[in-house]
Design a protein around this ligand. Structure first.
Ligand code: NAD
Ligand code: ZN
Length: 339
């Protein structure tokens, strides 16, 4: 599935199998999750240019079928995952301090590097995710971006077991996993999203309380009430500037607001007085490093996270984007690259 211009036609057609560079592996992608980032990339929402033409996708799960001549530690037949961070320089200030996603030379799957919406894709052997043998590849696919990202965001919120965390955007792809990781990490979850179906869904993922942004008359007040004083942490995974703005207001004193969702052109402003006197932190969180990735996959492999997926053919990607833009998706769509 390839496009030549941002927002242009999504073409489902045969293209050449890429040849792995000396540092890369070639992965026969079986399934790929569809992240809202893929929609942003196709539309050209962000102040960072995509490669064009581009094959999107960065939650690809498959099998290693070729190995570059400089690669060690991978064998043909190993299960491998394509993550957002396809490769990084490994020698800059950020890479050597395990902040690889901040590398100025980062190569991004489905953005600056053709991604997983195809049957064969390349990945830097150092950054490719290791997936244990026998893993269900459709199930694990969403972990490769959504899972890693929300797990890292929860670590960034720096919470203690028993504390409240708000997941804003709780029924979406990232949100549905964030609720589960939060629970597995011992936190109490209030989900925020819109609609009764999304409320029930967030609760089925493990949210203890739910606030509906569509029906709440005063969302800030309702979230504070549901958490007896405000959540200690907030993971913002909605694609809504307003939701992020509200989170700065309802977070508990001494709490942490984590920004993850990337609505086009959004800004968050905070009252200096309130930020100081409430002593809140506002932090950005951007995917995860190799350790975060391995840990996030381990939570999944231990059976603590179940990805709520709906599998459709890759040829149906345009329809998935439509549903996503309309906010009609519960959990994650995963595409089968052979359909
Ligand atoms: P999604 O479309 O599956 O989910 C978004 C959810 O937000 C939906 O359930 C929607 O109903 C809900 N929502 C909309 N308005 C809301 C509001 N006002 N309050 C609460 N909830 C609201 O999207 P996704 O795939 O989960 O991705 C979410 C965002 O995260 C995207 O912007 C994506 O680009 C970004 N993202 C960031 C990173 C990172 O590393 N920071 C990684 C992956 C994705
Ligand atoms: Zn993503």
């Amino acid at each position: 599935m390839i496009f030549e211009t941002n927002g242009g036609e999504l073409q489902y057609k045969d293209i050449d199998v890429p040849k792995p560079k000396p540092n890369e592996i070639l992965i026969n992608v079986k399934y790929s999750g569809v992240c809202h980032t893929d929609l942003h990339a196709w539309k050209g929402d962000w102040p960072l240019a995509t490669k064009l033409p581009l094959v999107g996708g960065h939650e690809g799960a498959g099998e290693v079928v070729a190995i570059g001549e400089n690669v060690t530690g991978w064998e043909l037949g190993d299960l491998a995952g394509i993550k957002w961070l396809n490769g990084s320089c490994l020698s800059c200030e950020f890479c050597i301090t395990s902040k690889e996603s901040n590398c100025p030379h980062a190569d991004l799957s489905g953005y600056t590097h053709d991604g997983s919406f195809q049957q064969y894709a390349t990945a830097d052997a150092v950054q490719a995710a290791r997936i244990p043998k026998g893993t269900d590849l459709a199930q694990v696919a969403p972990i490769l971006c959504a899972g890693i990202t929300v797990y890292k965001a929860l670590k960034t919120a720096d919470l203690t077991a028993g504390q409240w965390v708000a997941i804003s955007g709780a029924a979406g792809g990232l949100g549905s996993l964030a609720v589960q990781y939060a629970k597995a990490m011992g936190y109490r979850v209030v989900g925020i999203d819109g609609g009764a179906d999304k409320g029930e869904f967030a609760k089925s993922m493990g949210a203890e309380a739910f606030v509906d942004f569509l029906t709440s008359k005063d969302l800030v007040k309702d979230v504070i009430k549901a958490t007896n004083g405000g959540p200690h942490g907030v993971i913002n995974v909605s694609v809504s500037e307003r939701a992020m703005q509200q989170s700065v207001e309802y977070v508990r004193p001494a709490g942490t607001v984590v920004l993850v969702g990337l609505p086009a052109g959004a800004k968050v402003s905070a009252s200096v007085f309130d930020s100081v006197v409430k002593t809140i932190s506002i932090k950005g969180s951007y995917v995860g490093n190799r350790a975060d990735s391995a840990e996030a996959i381990e939570f999944f492999s231990r059976g603590l996270i179940k990805c709520p997926i709906k599998v459709v053919g890759l040829s149906e990607l345009p329809k998935v984007y439509e549903l996503m833009a309309e906010g009609k998706i519960l959990g994650r769509y995963v595409v089968d690259t052979y359909k």
